[in-house]
Design a protein around this ligand. Structure first.
Ligand SMILES: C[S@@+](CC[C@H](N)C(=O)[O-])C[C@H]1O[C@@H](n2cnc3c(N)ncnc32)[C@H](O)[C@@H]1O
Length: 237
């Protein structure tokens, strides 16, 4: 569609055009569902994280000296995924929340989306997936807009990061990378999955999108925990 509009005949030329015209990226974003996200996207995955994975991570911290939980939402779009995780940590920890530091790193390549996440303000029609109980507990409502409460905001750090070129992270207890790699080549996916392995603490979990699967060498070093919910684990050493 954009190629036709610009009278460009090959993808290679279009990529060159994209490189030379940063404003084209904004136009492309409007015509492709690049940033589409939802609260509790694939609710059954988040229910599984709430019932099994988050309690297991917390249990692991009780036994160790450190009470910091490190989570990475890679390709977080406008913040719905990392804030969903923050809600779940609040719900699982309940009254014990003050005894832990839950540090959710939310990264994306798109500064505009990150800025929206930092503001933490969502219109009524963007709140699908958050039930009334959660809206009342975790948001303030005014003039048709929901703002995340400081207790949720405090758990999430937004940072610009390109998964293909950015610095590497480590010691994560939980990494989510869902619905991000659709436009990546097989080689890039294979490299990225190995990097996710490296980013995990021993025993840490990786969650992929519902339609995605591990490929390349990462398949041999990450253990499958739940195939339906696309959850994998770095074995403890
Ligand atoms: C479809 S959204 C998915 C959001 C969320 N993870 C979810 O599942 O609802 C994909 C996001 O990945 C981001 N993205 C694409 N390529 C990226 C890259 N190389 N590095 C970091 N983020 C990237 C896009 O900007 C977009 O916000």
């Amino acid at each position: 569609m954009r190629l036709r509009a610009l009278d460009i005949t090959s993808y290679r030329d279009y990529i060159r055009y994209l490189d030379q015209n940063p404003s084209e990226y904004d136009i492309l974003k409007r015509v492709l569902p690049i940033n589409v996200t939802e609260w509790f996207r694939n609710p059954e995955t988040f229910q599984y994280l709430k019932d099994e994975i988050i309690p297991a991570i917390i249990k692991g911290k009780e036994e160790g000296p450190k009470r910091t939980v490190r989570v990475w939402s890679a390709g977080c779009s406008d913040g719905k995924e990392p804030y969903t995780l923050a809600m779940l940590f609040h719900e699982v920890l309940g009254g014990d929340v003050g005894r832990y530091r839950v540090d959710i790193l939310a990264t994306d390549i798109d500064e505009e989306e990150l800025e929206k996440g930092r503001r933490g303000v969502y219109k009524e029609n963007e709140m699908k997936g958050v039930d009334m109980k959660r809206r009342a507990r975790f948001f303030t409502y005014k003039d048709g807009r929901y703002t995340v409460k400081p207790e949720l905001r405090a758990m999430v750090r937004f940072k610009r990061h390109d998964l293909l070129k950015g610095p590497k992270y480590s010691s994560m207890d939980l990494v989510l990378c869902r619905n991000v790699v659709i436009y990546f080549t097989k080689e890039l996916k294979e490299r990225l999955y190995l990097e996710f392995f490296e980013s995990l603490a021993p025993g840490g979990y990786l969650v992929l999108g519902k339609t995605e699967t591990l490929m390349g060498d990462a398949r041999n070093i990450l253990a499958l925990v739940n195939n339906r919910e696309r959850v994998f684990q770095r074995p403890r050493e």
